[in-house]
Design a binder for this molecule. Structure first.
Ligand code: COI
Length: 351
């Protein structure tokens, strides 16, 4: 169903100020943004406006009680074409988060029409240099100006975009977290709600003060099973297979994670989605069977882990073997996303 999106063009494009070869992740924003308002019954006022500050009441419900969810997705340039990577999977996941956070569902037509209209307008912001992309941030937040604790009646759905380079520029050193938890059973770990990220900042800051880049979260009950890092899912390559923690309610179902699993299966490489303990990782390491560790996410793409720390000991992992599954995956993934390899999975949605 068409949403009659009204468009107000910017009078002053900022694109000539951008050095596309040196964009820092998340600091440069394209000219326009898409907005729609939930009035308690339906989505209204679908519109595109120049990217600008939002005006909010200090009592805006989202600021106080955290009904805020978001997605991260990317578009890539191939000549004059703009290629969106698995946008409907982000739309589905947004609505999984929305249901858990008692927020309204965003219809596929609103999500896709808003997204494609925005990208058509800001097409020239999609960078072409290697390793770059247009990062797309759809998000929804509660807009009632009311400080009683209950689900908001009104919401804003917004999409803005940023040309980006790499999120991480080098392999990471990570610390296995045993004290703090990212998520709890029965909680919201499987959603992409803002609070999951805010709550992770303190343990991450402590790990960074010890010289690590990120924490590797473990299960909240025993802290013995690895789950994901602060911004990504986690994979280990052993002599026999690729192992990644199975999804459950304390973990985010990454779309890059799923893409990697599908590529591995297509390549007839055994992939195991199952519980993975820290002690198994350490045993594999001491047996010389831990060949590679890597992490996956939309922002991070696919980055190797240089080593992990557990209980004060550091386990160096990179280059311990001669398999190179992470390089193969990175080049398949990038090839498909940039339109240089055939998309046999049906992941690309051309603008
Ligand atoms: C993403 O990978 O898109 C994320 O949302 C992770 C992080 C940048 C918050």
């Amino acid at each position: 169903m068409p949403h009659n999106i009204t468009i107000r063009n910017t009078e002053f494009s900022r694109i000539s100020e951008v050095d596309f070869n040196h964009v820092v992740f998340g600091k440069v924003f394209s000219d326009h943004m898409f907005l729609a308002d939930w009035n308690g019954k339906e989505w209204t006022a679908a519109r595109i406006e120049p990217y600008a500050n939002l005006s909010l009441s200090p009592a805006t419900s989202a600021i106080h009680y955290g009904q805020t969810i978001f997605e991260g997705m990317k578009a890539f340039r191939n000549g004059d074409d703009v290629l969106l990577f698995r946008p409907r999977d982000n739309w589905r996941r947004l609505n999984i988060s929305a249901e858990r956070m008692v927020m309204p569902e965003v219809p596929e037509s609103l999500f896709m029409e808003g997204l494609k209209t925005l990208l058509s307008l800001d097409k020239s912001w999609v960078p072409s240099s290697e390793g770059s992309a247009l990062y797309i941030r759809p998000f929804m937040f509660a807009t009632d100006d009311f400080i009683g604790v209950r689900p908001s009646e009104k919401y804003c759905f917004c999409i803005f975009t940023c040309p980006v380079g790499p999120y991480y520029s080098k392999p990471l050193r990570i610390k296995v977290e045993e004290k703090y938890s990212r998520a709890a059973q029965g909680g919201v770990g499987f959603t992409k709600c803002a609070g999951n990220y805010g709550a992770a900042m303190y343990p991450t800051k402590l790990a960074q003060a010890e010289g690590y880049d990120q924490v590797l979260w473990t299960d909240p009950s025993t802290h013995t099973l690895v789950e994901e890092t602060g911004t990504t899912n986690f994979f280990s390559v052993t002599s026999n297979s690729v192992i990644t923690p199975n999804l459950h309610e304390t973990m985010l179902a990454g779309i890059t994670r799923d893409s990697v699993i599908q590529i591995l299966k297509k390549e007839n490489i055994e992939v195991e989605e199952r519980p993975l303990s820290v002690s198994e990782l350490k045993s594999l390491h001491s047996a010389g069977s831990l060949k590679e560790l890597f992490i996956t996410g939309t922002a991070a793409t696919l980055i190797n882990i240089e080593g992990f720390a557990h209980q004060g000991l550091y386990f160096d992992v990179i280059q311990t073997g001669n398999t190179n599954i992470s390089d193969m995956l990175r080049s398949r993934l990038n090839g498909i996303r940039h339109g240089n390899l055939a998309d046999s999975f049906g992941w690309i949605d051309k603008l």
